[in-house]
Ligand binder design. Structure first.
Ligand code: F6R
Length: 638
């Protein structure tokens, strides 16, 4: 953990922060602080008044508290807790209810007396909401106020459900959820249309009155909003920034969330740094992009005036740094992602030999291969490599109900038109149709429907492979079991998952592996799929083929690697961009509005094109050649 010395960061960071290597470690430390408070209060013969949050962020904190209870005898008998919020309307037994969340993730596993925890009631009538909110606040006041408030943060900066625009003195109330919140919640509700429009939330005023506040944030997707909350001005449109004015607030984050902070983006402005290749590349590309100058146009003054005089002193003059960094960046560009045969590969990202490589592309969902690295995929096939594609999960939950019906109807009509035996399909049709007709919002599909949805995605992936030119025998559907819960909540990776991935790598003995390197969402499928690949590589590391096996990481549909991290950039011509678009179109169930759209209205092909174009523009801004688009990769070092 790099605990913070605030003297150096005072200008940029306006809330104390702690950064941990992982969300696991950070969660343990937060749980420890809560446990210590409970124990101290117990010794004083007093209750510990806790303000609690729900969502993905605090789950590991609660898991650690449960462990402390079970293994170290931590008792919750003196805890009185108040949760921040609840959807409205919402039954406490509904799968998405925060009431249920708290019972499943904490209360049912510890010894907190039933009358000592409180979650806002999502069932009360509209007329009673105001009185309920007043009573909720009064209960907190009467208990002596919150000793400790645990917070998460929404990507729009909300705390509790105090959405942007919430006043610092706002009281506990019924609030209308904004679009970002609802689309993020869409995952739990099976689409944004099913997310309630309102919620009851503790007001900012009561939160700010807590004696201690700890806000937790994990993952790259929280990084931009955390940066604004910590470094930006206090603003109504970003309620988390109010914590700047609290005397005892702290933000606890993991490294991937901290990556957006100035202390990570421009560390040389804060401290002495080790000027290795990565740091030099980071500093120079950052300087060029900030000043909007190509690398080769940067001057001694530019370095001196922007906190880089130490770097300048090492090289003597800007010209020498510029040339070196320009060449490094230049050498990442290659039209030969599998290596260029018979060429000098000293300065190329990939090896020339063997000229024909065995390649496995791991695709977490059935369309990540084409969306995230379709141009590179096509080149690898066109350049004669033995390309295998491994679809790690079935992706079945992302297929809409009517899409499933359309296909089962087709099979039934096909059979009936050609007088084929129809009994079994009729039975399946009635079963699936019957279920879908009475399906409740967000309800888990029955197995038959899940299978149909999975098959739809199989056929789409096969269609993409046919389009790109991958032979049937090189297409592998791994159907990793961790995914097959029928809900957004997945099982943890298990031995069966590891075995499947390990076996495939052992069979193919690849020279190159491509895998989705998304670190954005610690609970997301991409990260889990990457963890499985990494574990498999560890298990196989003594195998002779492994010394020639390189792994390249691509990013998923949304983000791109920071320019200074990119080690291979594969350019695309306008025609290649069009071809990739056609490849993405093969995934028809993921077009024209998808189940999990998120808060980005663009379709996947648009997201991919925008992002690939943006990477090409960045290279061009640095003074390198202008391409229509680029796909970028980072090499995995185990
Ligand atoms: C939940 C709550 C919200 C969440 C926030 C982050 O009780 O009040 O403010 O903390 O939306 O949610 P996750 O942790 O799921 O990213």
């Amino acid at each position: 953990m790099s605990n913070v010395n605030h003297t150096l960061h005072i200008n940029f960071e306006k809330i104390p922060i702690s950064i941990y290597a992982s969300a696991d470690q950070a969660s343990k430390s937060v749980a420890r602080e809560i446990a210590d408070l409970i124990i101290r209060k117990k010794k004083e013969g007093k209750p510990a008044i806790l303000g609690l949050a729900t969502g993905s962020s605090p789950k590991k904190v609660y898991a650690e508290l449960i462990r402390l209870h079970k293994e170290e005898g931590l008792s919750f008998s003196n805890v009185i807790s108040f949760n921040l919020d609840e959807y409205y309307p919402m039954l406490p037994t509904a799968p998405q209810s925060y009431h249920r969340f708290m019972k499943e993730n904490l209360f049912d596993h510890v010894d907190i007396p039933k009358n000592q925890f409180h979650v806002p009631d999502g069932t009360i009538g509209m007329d009673s909401v105001k009185a309920f909110c007043e009573a909720y606040e009064k209960m907190i006041t009467d208990a002596g106020g919150l000793d400790f408030q645990l917070l998460g943060i929404g990507r729009n900066g909300h705390i509790g459900f105090n959405e942007p625009g919430s006043h610092i003195d706002s009281l506990t109330r019924l609030i209308t959820l904004d679009f970002t919140t609802r689309s993020d919640a869409g995952l739990d509700f099976g689409g944004i249309a099913n997310v309630p429009r309102k919620a009851i939330t503790l007001g900012v005023k009561k939160i700010m009155q807590a004696k201690r506040i700890v806000l937790i944030a994990w993952g790259e997707h929280k990084s931009p909003i955390i940066r604004q909350a910590v470094e930006g001005p206090v603003a109504e449109h970003l309620p988390a920034s109010y914590l700047q004015g609290h005397p005892n607030a702290q933000i606890v984050m993991d490294e991937s969330c901290a990556a957006g902070l100035s202390r990570r983006k421009t560390p040389w402005l804060f401290d002495t740094v080790e000027w290795n290749t990565i740091m030099i590349k980071k500093a120079v590309t950052n300087l060029a992009l900030t000043l909007e100058k190509p690398i080769l146009m940067l001057t001694n003054e530019d370095y001196n005036e922007n906190g880089l005089s130490e770097l300048l002193a090492r090289y003597g003059q800007a010209y020498d740094i510029n040339i070196e960094v320009f060449n490094w960046v230049q050498h990442t560009i290659t039209g030969w992602p599998g290596g260029k045969p018979n060429a000098d590969d000293t300065y190329r990202p990939e090896r020339a030999v063997p000229a024909r490589k065995r390649v496995i592309i791991f695709s977490p969902h059935p369309d990540d291969d084409i969306i995230s690295m379709g141009g590179t995929f096509q080149r690898l096939v066109d350049q004669g490599h033995d390309v295998h594609v491994a679809y790690q999960t079935s992706g079945n939950i992302a297929v809409a109900d009517d899409e499933a019906l359309r296909f089962i109807e087709f099979v039934r009509d096909f059979n009936s038109k050609f007088a084929l035996s129809n009994e079994a399909t009729d039975k399946m049709y009635f079963e699936a149709n019957g279920f879908l007709e009475r399906k409740k919002k967000g309800e888990k599909d029955i197995e038959a429907v899940r299978n149909i949805k999975g098959l739809i995605r199989v056929s789409e992936a096969k269609n993409t492979c046919r389009f790109v030119g991958v032979p049937q025998e090189n297409i592998h559907f791994l159907n990793m079991p961790f995914y097959e819960t029928g809900t957004v909540q997945k099982k943890p990776l298990g031995e069966e998952d590891y075995k499947i991935v390990t076996q495939l790598i052992a069979d193919v003995k690849p020279h190159q592996i491509y895998a989705a390197g998304d670190l954005a969402d610690p609970h997301g499928t991409h990260k889990v799929c990457l963890d499985a690949v990494i574990e498999a590589l560890h298990r196989l590391k003594k195998e002779p083929f492994m010394k020639d096996c390189w792994t390249w990481l691509y990013k998923g549909a949304w983000a791109e690697w920071d320019i200074d991290l990119i080690e291979m950039a594969v350019p695309m011509s306008p025609d290649q961009v069009m071809r990739k678009r056609m490849g993405v179109f093969k995934h028809q169930s993921q077009k024209d509005g998808v189940v999990y759209q998120g808060n980005d209205a663009r379709e996947f092909w648009q997201r991919a094109e925008d992002r690939n174009r943006a990477t090409a523009i960045l290279y061009n801004k640095l003074g390198l050649a202008e391409y229509a688009a680029m796909e970028a990769f980072v090499r995995l070092k185990l």
